[in-house]
Design a protein around this ligand. Structure first.
Ligand SMILES: [Zn+2]
Ligand SMILES: [Zn+2]
Length: 215
């Protein structure tokens, strides 16, 4: 049995909630970065430099910043960037950002560290039973987990999870399309109670906005 520590229990807790646990970790870490930055570190020169080097925030995190409604904090975060632009040469004005969105970077560090925890504890019963049932981990994160390990037994298990999920979705997409076509052929309006299309989006594109209700 591996060393069971706090980070594993936290991960198990996230795995009990809806949706891909790693998408959830990514979304909540990004939010945590933005709120602590706005409320505690907005005057920290290195935080402002990071935001300036990234040319501000990506669209997803700019949207989060709008929702957090801290006008002064957001304005201050952009002050350094604006000062840079005002003293930049033409070519510097057109250059690509020197760093990724700082909230994205913080979020991807959190995902990586949780993927490490997931792999370190792969033999634990919580992980086993989670993968046995229908795990909600999205395709992108299943791939990222597999790429983060050289353990053949683990990658085989993950490949199995992807195939099982794809098989389930494929069968249901096919049945759904058939029944919709049959309904259309009869001239009646199709009923769209089926959630398969949402499940396809969630599996392949992950969940960005699923957790909007939680702050
Ligand atoms: Zn995911
Ligand atoms: Zn971002």
């Amino acid at each position: 049995m591996g060393f069971r520590h706090m980070s594993f229990f936290n991960l198990v807790e996230v795995m009990r909630q809806d949706g891909c646990p790693f998408c959830r970790i990514r979304v909540s870490a990004g939010r945590r970065y933005l709120t602590t930055t706005l409320y505690e570190f907005v005057n920290d020169p290195s935080v402002r430099q990071h935001a300036a080097a990234a040319h501000g925030f990506c669209r997803e995190h700019a949207r989060e910043l709008r929702l957090l409604i801290d006008p002064l904090g957001v304005a201050l975060l952009h002050e350094t960037l604006l000062r840079h632009l005002l003293s930049a040469s033409d070519s510097e004005l057109f250059s690509a950002p020197r760093a990724p969105c700082p909230a994205c970077r913080y979020a991807s560090d959190a995902v990586e560290s949780n993927i490490g925890t997931f792999l370190d504890n792969f033999a634990e019963p919580e992980i086993h039973s989670y993968l046995e049932e229908s795990p909600a981990i999205c395709f992108v994160h299943l791939q990222q987990i597999a790429r983060s390990t050289r353990n053949k037994a683990i990658t085989r298990t993950l490949a199995d999870v992807i195939r099982r999920k794809a098989e389930n979705l494929y069968e249901r997409v096919r049945r759904y399309a058939e029944s919709e076509n049959a309904t259309l052929a009869q001239g009646s309006k199709p009923e769209t109670h089926e959630t398969i299309w949402l499940e396809c989006l969630e599996f392949f594109s992950g969940s960005d906005s699923t957790f909007d209700g939680e702050r």
